[in-house]
Design a binder for this molecule. Sequence first.
Ligand SMILES: NC(=O)c1ccc[n+]([C@@H]2O[C@H](COP(=O)([O-])OP(=O)(O)OC[C@H]3O[C@@H](n4cnc5c(N)ncnc54)[C@H](OP(=O)(O)O)[C@@H]3O)[C@@H](O)[C@H]2O)c1
Length: 335
Amino acid sequence: MSINRQLLLARRPENRVSIDHFDVVEAPPPPVEDGEVLVRTRFLSVDPTNRVWMKDVPQYMPPVAIGEVMRSGGLGEVIESRLDGFARGDLVFGMTGWQDYAALKPGGALGLAKVPTLPGITPEKFLGICGPNGVTAWAGMIDVARVGEGDVVIVTAAAGSVGSAAGQIARLKGARVVGIAGGPAKAAKLVSDFGFDAGIDYRADDFADQLKAATPRGADVLFENVGGAIMEACTARLNPRARIALCGMISIYNGGGSARHDWSVMLAKRLRVEGFNLIDCGPIWAQAVRDLSGWLAAGQIRDEETIVDGLEQAPEALNMLFDGTNVGKLLVRVS
Ligand SMILES: NC(=O)c1ccc[n+]([C@@H]2O[C@H](COP(=O)([O-])OP(=O)(O)OC[C@H]3O[C@@H](n4cnc5c(N)ncnc54)[C@H](OP(=O)(O)O)[C@@H]3O)[C@@H](O)[C@H]2O)c1
């Protein structure tokens, strides 16, 4: 008899997340209704938004309720299908949640989709560079920032999953790209491994001077993942009529930090600031995945993954996004 381990949100974290914020329960796998598939989770996608979903604050989706299975994107194998077009053994992605088994149906935020089979691309890439994170980078850089030949682009949280993809997309479109990351090793990696033109450590005492030196004629695009003081330093380097693709503000998700910003700079420089969200990306999804998988297969972009083993490690793994101990896409391997 299969057991479904589930992590139910028991209390809302103030800052760091631990297993103590969850009740770990064991239940039978859920029944499968007509129009659903039963999925056994293989990988969980660990995302900054998991942390936001734990908070009882206004956001783009309802917060996870106390007592509810922690919401999460994931990838798994169909164990039983009562849905046309899906069969036992298919690999799919959708909102599995932090549990071993989920009954999923099409629709909703991440929907339910078969993982494409493409030569040289492992299934878990469709949770990262060829999935939500890559699509976010594509949407922000191409649709929102409309990056083009000769643009100077700054990317924050640039060694992460979205940031590393965003910077590489901008370079493919002919831009000069400056990435910002925490620590000298990550800053160097932006250039050596992800092909950025410059990498800057935001923890360095002379961060603002280094940023100025890397953008001698200012910058035309800011792909913003962090917010706060780092965003202010980057905004100071923007040229008149530059564009900010506002993707995320990870510096405020875990408690502390400030989202306040000096809007007079936006006005004086006539900046175009546009927030965007993956949940609106349905119309561009297929095109973005086609581009990203093609670039990846052709070796024009690269990605990295940080994999943590064990469902019950998911809360601690989430902290890695805020400690900066992940490089590229952070996944939890469940089975
Ligand atoms: N708009 C959307 O639809 C959408 C979709 C997906 C993700 N996002 C956003 O994209 C951003 C990146 O997400 P991701 O999944 O790709 O995560 P990620 O970049 O792989 O991991 C997060 C990284 O953020 C950096 N970081 C954490 N706290 C920080 C702080 N206080 N100051 C500066 N840097 C900090 C860390 O890198 P360092 O070691 O460099 O500090 C960490 O590795 C997040 O803001 C997320 O909310 C938005």
